[in-house]
Design a protein around this ligand. Structure first.
Ligand code: ATP
Ligand code: MG
Length: 229
């Protein structure tokens, strides 16, 4: 796939962290393509660099080397401000640790990305109803359970209809019925025109539902054959 055709493409991406005089290489010469309409699952052991990779793709962090394209735009050639504006519009991110804004209510957490993208605020209320948390809309995040916060984080990531949804273990705190409901929400976004979903998961049951399963190991990605059982 050419970088211009994919929703996200990485070529030769390196990222390492310095610790005193030691360097810890996390990603090394990493290539990745996710095409339009695709749902890709990313698995790998704890500490292998999955969150590091999502942070690079979202433009929160920058690679030491290599290129990252989102819908044909090379993120590594944008200024920090341009990257922030680009991310706000094009990317939805369900963070591993939710990152809800503690001083905003549940509803305000959803209204913020909606407003920044001129999305109809009614969409926020609609999503709250869809995830069964409409009655908690005036609560602050610290009053919610882990699973409830995770559902709000998912709704917040899709409220502005992003081109690319990045999700870092988005069902880790959910019972299977609620997890299923969140998966359906994310999947329906991925299947709409020119959109895509890249999801980190430790669950093989979740990964099995993706179009492709990628494994991150020793700094780069290998593709698994589809699981059939
Ligand atoms: N800001 C940082 N400074 C130094 N090292 C870091 C930093 N962020 C991550 N690392 C290291 O990079 C490696 C990859 O971390 P990362 O969070 O990407 O792993 P992960 O695959 O998401 O793990 P998990 O499944 O536990 O969430 C780890 O060894 C971690 O200690
Ligand atoms: Mg992680």
């Amino acid at each position: 796939m050419e970088p211009g055709q994919a929703v996200v493409s990485l070529r030769g991406v390196d990222r390492s962290y310095r610790e005193g005089d030691r360097t810890r290489t996390v990603l090394s010469g990493l290539d990745l393509d996710v095409g339009p309409g695709e749902w890709v699952a990313l698995i790998g052991r704890s500490g292998c660099g999955k969150s590091t990779l999502l942070n690079l793709i979202s433009g929160i962090d920058r690679p030491d080397r290599g290129d990252i394209w989102i819908n044909g735009t090379d993120l590594t050639r944008l200024t920090e401000r341009e990257r922030t504006l680009f991310r706000r519009k094009n990317i939805g991110f369900v963070y591993q640790f939710f990152n809800l804004i503690p001083t905003l209510t549940v509803e305000e957490n959803l209204l913020l990305p909606a407003e920044l993208n001129h999305t109809d605020p009614a969409r926020a209320r609609e999503l709250l109803a869809a995830i069964g948390l409409e009655d908690r809309r005036t609560d602050f995040p610290d009053r919610l359970s882990g699973g409830e916060q995770q559902r709000i984080a998912t709704a917040r990531a899709i409220v502005h209809d992003p081109v690319l949804l990045l999700a870092d273990e988005p069902t880790g705190n959910l019972d299977s019925a609620t997890g299923e409901q969140m998966l359906r929400l994310m999947e329906s976004l991925a299947r709409s025109a020119r959109r895509a979903l890249l999801m980190v998961t430790h669950s093989h049951d979740v990964a099995r539902r993706a179009d492709r399963v990628l494994t991150l190991e020793h700094g780069h990605i290998t593709e698994q054959a589809a699981e059939t059982d």
